[in-house]
Write a protein of this length. Structure first.
Length: 444
C-alpha cells in the first residue's frame, strides 16, 4: 500500500447519477494515461473539450480534460481530472480504461495521503478534509474548514514551542550541571512544566467539548406516560415521527432521529413512559428507556405542568443523572397566573410552541457546556494524544517535586513532545497513517 511510484485512478464524485461526474488520476503517468483515453476537439483552450474513450477506444461521452501541474495539484504530483456527465456506467468505464492502461485503483484516502507525503497538507488538515466531507451540519462544516485552514496546528503550536524550550533548558541543565547558570535551572524548569501542564489541560478540555461538535450528542426524552414526550420529540424533529396518544403505553420502543440544533448534530431518543408495568412488551420498552437515559449525553425529563408530581416521577428524578433538563410540558393548559408544581422546570407547550426557544437554547448551552466559540480541536485521536501530554507533564512535575535528576524530567518532556508530534503528523508512522486514511472515502 502507498506505493508513490504508481498512478492512481478513482471516481472523485459521490456514488449515483448526477449532472456531472469526475474521474481523477494522480501520479507519474497521469497525463499519458489520460491522453490515451481522450480525443480532443477543435478547441485548443484549456481545459480541453473532447471525447472520452473506453478501454476499446470507442467514444462514450463528451467532456473536459483538466491537467494540473504538480505545484498546483491537490496531491502535489502530476494529476488529471476527467469531467463527464455523472452516469455511473460511463464513470466505471473510464476507470476500467485507465486500469487497462496501467493505472492502479485508489484506496480510501490515497489521494489525500499523497498530498500529505508531498507536503501539501499536514495530518490534522488531512483529517479535517475527511470531517468536512462527513459534516452533517453547517456548523460542523465550518469547524472542519477552519481545521483545513490550519486551526489545529496553530492551536497546539504554543504548547509545542513551550515544550521545545523546556527540553532545551533541561538538556542544558544536564549537559552543564556544574555551570553557575545551571544552578537555578530546576526552579525555572518547574515553573515551565507547570505552565505547560495547565496549557495541556486547557487544550484537553477544548477537545472534549469539540467532540460534541464533531460527533454530535445523544439526548433522551424521558418521563412518565402521557406527559407529552412524543409531542416534544415531534416538535424538535419538525414532523409527526412518533405516535401521539393520550393512552398510556403508546410508545413501547425507543425512536431516534438526528436534528440540526443550531449547528449541533443531536440524536433525539423518544422513550417509553417510566412506570411499573406487568405487560412484558411494555416492560421491555421501559427497560430500554432506562438504558437510553443512562447512555445519553443529556436527558430531557418531562413533567405534566397541570398536575402534581407522582411518587414514581420523584423517585425517577432522585435517581436521574445530574446531566438533565427538567421540562414542565402542557403549560398552555395552566390557569392564567398559576405555576407548574416544579418551579425549577422550564415551562413549555409542545402543542403551541410556547417556551420552545428557551428549551432549544438551554439544550444547546448544556451540550456545549456554555462555550460559544467554535473549538479548534474536535478529533478523539487528538484528545487521546493530549491525555498523554498531560500525563507526561504530571510525571515531570512529580519528578521535580521529588528532587529527581533532570534526566528523568527530560524523558517526560520528550514523551510529551512525541505525543504532540503525533497530532501534527511530524512523528507519524505508516501504521498510524494506515489507520487514519482507512476511514476516508475512495476518491479522496
Amino acid at each position: 500500500m502507498h506505493d508513490l511510484s504508481t498512478t492512481l485512478v478513482a471516481v472523485a464524485t459521490a456514488p449515483g447519477r448526477g449532472g456531472l461526474g469526475c474521474v481523477r488520476l494522480s501520479g507519474p503517468r497521469a497525463r499519458e494515461i489520460a491522453g490515451a483515453m481522450f480525443r480532443a476537439g477543435r478547441s485548443t483552450r484549456t481545459p480541453l473539450f473532447g471525447t472520452f474513450l473506453d478501454g476499446e477506444g470507442r467514444g462514450i461521452d463528451h467532456g473536459f480534460l483538466v491537467e494540473f501541474e504538480p505545484e498546483r495539484s491537490f496531491t502535489g504530483e502530476p494529476a488529471v481530472e476527467l469531467w463527464t456527465h455523472g452516469s455511473p456506467p460511463v464513470l466505471t468505464a473510464l476507470v476500467e480504461a485507465a486500469l487497462r492502461r496501467g493505472a492502479e485503483p485508489a484506496g480510501p484516502g490515497e489521494f489525500t495521503y499523497r498530498a500529505l507525503r508531498q507536503g501539501r497538507v499536514d495530518l490534522p488538515r488531512a483529517e479535517a478534509i475527511r470531517d468536512l466531507i462527513a459534516a452533517r451540519t453547517l456548523h460542523q462544516a465550518r469547524v472542519a474548514f477552519s481545521q483545513v485552514e490550519g486551526a489545529v496546528a496553530r492551536r497546539v503550536a504554543p504548547l509545542r514551542e513551550t515544550l521545545l524550550d523546556l527540553a532545551a533548558r533541561a538538556e542544558a541543565a544536564v549537559e552543564f550541571v556544574d555551570e553557575p547558570e545551571a544552578q537555578g535551572a530546576s526552579e525555572a524548569l518547574d515553573r515551565g512544566v507547570r505552565a505547560a501542564a495547565a496549557s495541556a489541560r486547557e487544550l484537553l478540555d477544548e477537545a472534549r467539548r469539540g467532540r460534541v461538535v464533531r460527533e454530535g450528542s445523544r439526548v433522551a426524552i424521558c418521563g412518565a406516560p402521557s406527559v407529552g414526550k412524543s409531542s416534544i420529540f415531534n416538535r424538535f424533529v419538525g414532523a409527526d415521527r412518533a405516535i401521539v396518544s393520550s393512552v398510556a403505553g403508546t410508545t413501547r420502543d425507543t425512536l431516534e432521529e438526528t436534528i440540526d440544533l443550531d449547528g449541533l448534530a443531536v440524536t433525539l431518543v423518544d422513550t417509553a413512559g417510566l412506570r411499573p408495568v406487568e405487560d412484558p412488551v411494555e416492560a421491555e420498552g421501559v427497560r430500554r428507556a432506562r438504558v437510553a437515559a443512562a447512555e445519553a449525553d443529556l436527558t430531557i425529563f418531562v413533567l405534566d405542568a397541570t398536575r402534581a408530581e407522582t411518587d414514581e416521577e420523584s423517585a425517577a428524578l432522585e435517581s436521574a443523572a445530574p446531566s438533565r433538563i427538567l421540562v414542565a410540558n402542557k403549560a398552555d393548559l395552566l390557569p392564567e397566573g398559576s405555576s407548574p408544581p416544579r418551579g425549577d422546570a422550564l415551562r413549555v407547550s409542545a402543542h403551541t410552541g410556547d417556551g420552545w426557544d428557551g428549551l432549544r437554547h438551554a439544550l444547546r448551552s448544556r451540550l456545549e457546556a456554555g462555550d460559544t466559540e467554535a473549538p479548534a480541536l474536535t478529533n478523539v485521536r487528538h484528545a487521546l494524544a493530549l491525555e498523554r501530554v498531560a500525563q507526561a507533564l504530571i510525571r515531570a512535575q512529580q519528578a521535580l517535586e521529588a528532587g529527581l535528576s533532570d534526566e528523568v524530567v527530560l524523558l517526560d518532556i520528550h514523551e510529551a513532545l512525541a505525543a504532540i508530534g503525533e497530532i501534527t503528523g511530524e512523528l507519524g508512522n505508516e501504521e498510524l497513517y494506515d489507520r487514519i486514511f482507512a476511514t476516508f472515502c475512495i476518491g479522496k
